[in-house]
Design a protein around this ligand. Sequence first.
Ligand SMILES: [Zn+2]
Ligand SMILES: [Zn+2]
Length: 259
Amino acid sequence: MYIDAHCHLEKETYGDELEAVIERAGQAGLSHLIAVGASRVCAGAAEAQALAERYAHIYFTAGIHPHEAQHASAEEIAKIRGFLDHPKLVALGEIGLDFFYDNSPRDEQRSVFKELLAMSRDTNVPAMFHIRDAHPETLAIIDEVGLPERGAVVHCFTAGPAEAQEYLKRGVYLSIPGVVTFKKAEELRQAVAQIPLERMLIETDCPYLAPVPYRGQRNEPAYVVKTAEKIAEIRNLPLEEVARATSQNASAFYRLDGA
Ligand SMILES: [Zn+2]
Ligand SMILES: [Zn+2]
């Protein structure tokens, strides 16, 4: 069994195929999907919630993506708080900093991130981070604001062993995307060789970042198996062990099915 710890299952992307995509995930051995709601400010979260209400094995998150920080009015932030009491809401995210694209001014990214991280801490809902080219500053914010007792995950972790160590020290999970199969991802593979298996999740972040051999195509949850295979190869472990450990971690972190 596998769990895709972070996927975007939006009608806008998959259209009428969405149902087939969810079905193929089941056929590939995925037991649960975490549908991320962090697009179009709060509209994405409402869509993810509706999906979670329709499928027993789909859970959801709500957050404001750093790309959209400039649209995060007090009213939108209050709406995020409203999602957190839903029985199938499993994390507050994506929240964080993206200094690669800089789609929102950095000051606004920082203030929205701090506010939502504080909300996660105060409500004890796990935090789900999106961090790109901003690891030192993120670590400083984590140390300043603190984490929820239930912890946090860096989704789509693609940095190296040094960054991994810093998050691990703070008890943060690292979620490994299909990027680990890319030719140029040598530093990430070095990190994956060292991260304790019990701190690792796997994800597709679909529809982007499809793993080899699907690279360049539209990604979907079923392909998370390719990421697990690569991790098993790097760690020289049976695939089933990677599948079991990452599923257990995701179940425990997100508290799926009473885990
Ligand atoms: Zn992200
Ligand atoms: Zn994402």
